[in-house]
Design a protein around this ligand. Structure first.
Ligand SMILES: [Zn+2]
Length: 270
């Protein structure tokens, strides 16, 4: 087996992508995931030579220059990724001037990275400034969360509170709440900038009528965050059209946050 495929975090990355497809979140070529590799992983597993240079559509932020990422392919299908990683993912290093990606491995048959590379690199830069341990940025189309954006007011405080009130785990997993963007055209610089701006405050940003962006220190954490928001959204979907008799009130939410030593988004709870 090629060295890169022996890297444990690459193995987890491929398994999570496979899971995302099986959850029905990433139809056709939907979804894209990027993961920063540690210097030790680069040293041990990544081929040193550049097999191709791919121009970046933006000048990458200084904080991501010289860093090495695994990233999914444009037009690639998540359902094929684990079975054919050499074609469907690439391992790239951002050049020192931020203008080029050096491809070390993958993207076989002249492929390239996701068209959402703008949003990924901007979100990595933002999250690394907030949390130097952040490694993963993940975009996907979870069914219930996406459907919910057709049905509820697109208000960060209202949506966060509604998701928190569905189950105890919500406020524990996303005490800062969820960021929300209105519908915007994807694959553009504008949506990348807007998502990265929200990521200063939130690890998860809902793209209305499209999907979600999530981030985390590991692939498991980023996936678990989105999975928890999606579960809460699924519960909300089941409740729509029904009269809610019981949910977790502000006092309960404060008690959960206190118990776990968390600070809920300021101003959301009475
Ligand atoms: Zn998408």
């Amino acid at each position: 087996m090629e060295k890169i495929l022996e890297c444990p975090s690459i193995g987890q990355y491929l398994s999570i992508i496979d899971n995302m497809y099986r959850l029905g979140w990433d139809e056709r070529n939907g979804g894209n995931v990027s993961m920063l590799l540690s210097p030790e992983e680069v040293e041990t597993y990544v081929p040193k030579e550049t097999i191709r240079e791919i121009p970046l559509p933006i000048v990458a932020d200084e904080i991501v220059r010289g860093k090495t990422f695994a990233i999914t392919r444009t037009g690639g299908y998540f359902r094929n990724t684990k079975g054919d990683p050499r074609k469907n993912i690439g391992v790239i290093t951002i050049s020192d001037d931020g203008k080029i990606a050096h491809l070390h491995w993958g993207f076989e048959d002249n492929g390239s990275f996701t068209s959402e590379v703008y949003a990924h690199l901007m979100c990595h830069a933002t999250r690394l400034k907030v949390n130097p341990k952040n490694r993963v940025v993940m975009h996907t189309h979870p069914t219930n969360l996406l459907t919910l954006t057709h049905l509820v007011k697109l208000d960060e405080k209202e949506l966060t509170l509604a998701l928190w009130r569905t189950m105890t785990e919500s406020i524990v997993v996303f005490p800062e709440g969820v960021g929300v963007l209105p519908w915007m055209l994807c694959g553009t610089n504008e949506i990348g900038v807007a998502t990265a701006e929200k990521m200063k405050e939130y690890r998860v940003v809902v793209w209305s009528l499209h999907g979600v962006y999530g981030s985390g220190e590991t692939i498991d954490e980023a996936f678990g965050l989105i999975e928890t928001v999606e579960k809460a959204a699924q519960i909300m979907m089941g409740e729509l059209g029904h009269k809610i008799v019981n949910d977790i009130d502000d006092e309960g939410l404060k008690a959960i946050a206190d118990h776990f030593g968390l600070v809920p988004h300021p101003g959301y709870l009475k």
